[in-house]
Design a protein. Structure first.
Length: 479
């Protein structure tokens, strides 16, 4: 299933859930409000009926006895004054007999078109007239009660019981209309959500499609991917990362090509020399003597060193370089490495100054560290002008041991300090390769130091050349 379809389904599902929740809440709120309205309407009816009954009560000499059911069954019309004790001469002749008093009772449920069954109680809550509700009605229906007050005194009360849901035809019809409206609104909202999802989802996924296309280009080794104006959201962050990734891949490809060219050059040079000298010997131009043999051996040694360096570098890249860690006296290793270059230092008139305290131990591989020191010292001797200087210092600071190896002019261009650790890197100025070495020593040294959880950096030296700083953790601590 496509991502666009998944997002559409998710949006529709979310819209449906939100819509159902909103409609359920609206319906519940409506029913609650409608019930309150019905109760308030019933209280108003009982209040009006109570006022009329209070008037009848006052006209009947403050007695409930003999009050006609006329006032109790028609709340909107005030009944005419009646009864033997008030205005008899106005309504009947002298010789007429008083009307028969009627027992006070309510109309039946079918006759009560103005409200639910109603009960009249006196001030002591004793039943006077009306409908006596059953236990089932009192337990299930909603009780509505209004006091009847005359001259500031409670003379009785009216009670009625409303069903939990409206029972009148008009109320039920109104409820049906409201439910139909809710369903129509819900269907319309769902349709709008579907249309919105169909329109919005493609726009939301537009940056994602561009990203997928860019990744496919990178997979085809087409590294000229560039998002010009990435948006300011998460897609924009991803686009910027892809831009950086594509640029890094371009540089890596260029470096790889340069690497192959440099390796080919390094291998071709000694092979060309060997082939040329062998042709001269074969043609009789040169004699095959010890001098010529030594020249062959030099070129073979140069090839051997290059192949060994490439092998060491490839091992470090794949993590296959072997290490034997133990507690090592770092000062002793520096002195041993320096002793190997005494003749070379004297030959170039390079003076050496050292500050190498003893008993500074690190958890390291002695052979690998000696290889690092030899590479750095070899570079210093190779590139330092004669006469020159080399200064070596060893300092213990906190949980690390710092080794600085500096030499005199020439130096390196400012800003190229990190590049000296790139394989086959050469300065275009006077620190170019002069006699031997393929420019792999510092790359191998960096891999070895990183395997020791240490750091190695290059900077300009106070002596005018290059300063290589190495920091190694003491007793296995990580820097």
């Amino acid at each position: 299933m496509k991502l666009s379809h998944k997002l559409t389904i998710i949006l529709l599902a979310f819209s449906c859930m939100s819509l159902m929740l909103a409609l359920a809440t609206a319906r519940w709120s409506f029913e609650q409000g409608f019930n309150k309205f019905i109760i308030a309407q019933e209280k108003e009816r009982l209040s009006q009926l109570g006022e009329m009954l209070a008037l009848e009560y006052a006209l009947n000499e403050r007695s409930w006895e003999g009050i006609s059911p006329y006032a109790f069954s028609h709340q909107s019309n005030r009944p005419p004054p009646r009864g033997p004790k008030f205005g008899a001469q106005e309504h009947r002749g002298i010789n007429q007999h008083p009307p028969q008093r009627l027992a006070y009772q309510l109309p039946s449920r079918n006759e009560q078109h103005i409200g639910p069954p109603t009960t009249l109680l006196d001030s002591q809550s004793n039943f006077i007239a009306g409908s006596m509700p059953s236990d089932a009605v009192t337990n299930q229906d909603i009780k509505v009660s209004v006091s009847i007050v005359s001259e500031g005194r409670k003379i009785g009360a009216l009670e009625s019981y409303l069903p939990p849901s409206p029972s009148s035809t008009m109320a039920q019809e109104f409820m049906r209309q409201q439910r139909t409206s809710f369903i129509a609104v819900g269907a319309l909202a769902l349709l709008v959500s579907l249309i919105t999802a169909v329109i919005i989802v493609p726009k939301l996924l537009s940056p994602f499609k561009k990203i997928v296309k860019a990744v496919e280009q990178l997979a085809r080794r087409e590294y000229d991917v560039k998002f010009r104006q990435p948006p300011s959201d998460e897609f924009g962050v991803l686009m910027k990362d892809i831009n950086a990734f594509a640029e890094a891949l371009q540089k890596h490809e260029a470096t790889q090509k340069q690497w192959l060219a440099d390796i080919s050059h390094e291998l071709r040079t000694p092979l060309s020399i060997l082939a040329g000298e062998m042709e001269l010997v074969e043609a009789g131009v040169r004699q095959f003597d010890k001098v010529q043999l030594a020249s062959f051996q030099d070129e073979v040694s140069r090839l051997t060193r290059l192949v060994n360096d490439l092998y060491q570098l490839s091992l470090s890249d794949i993590g296959g370089m072997h290490f034997d860690f133990e507690m090592v006296d770092i000062g002793g290793l520096l002195n041993d490495s320096l002793a190997q270059f005494n003749l070379a230092l004297k030959a170039k008139s390079i003076t050496v100054s050292t500050y190498i305290p003893s008993n500074i131990k690190v958890h390291a591989d002695a052979l690998r560290l000696r290889q690092v020191f030899s590479n750095i010292l070899s570079n210093s001797i190779e590139y330092t002008d004669s006469p020159g200087q080399v200064r070596i210092t060893l300092v213990e600071t906190g949980n690390k041991a710092t080794i600085d190896i500096e030499d005199s002019a020439p130096g390196i261009t400012t800003g190229n300090e990190k590049q000296v650790f790139d394989p086959l890197y050469r300065e275009d100025s006077s620190r170019k390769r002069r006699t031997e070495g393929a420019g792999l020593g510092l790359s191998i040294s960096q891999s070895i130091i990183h395997a020791h959880k240490g750091t190695i950096n290059a900077a300009s030296s106070e002596l005018g050349g290059v300063k290589i700083s190495i920091a190694l953790p003491i007793r296995g601590n990580v820097i």
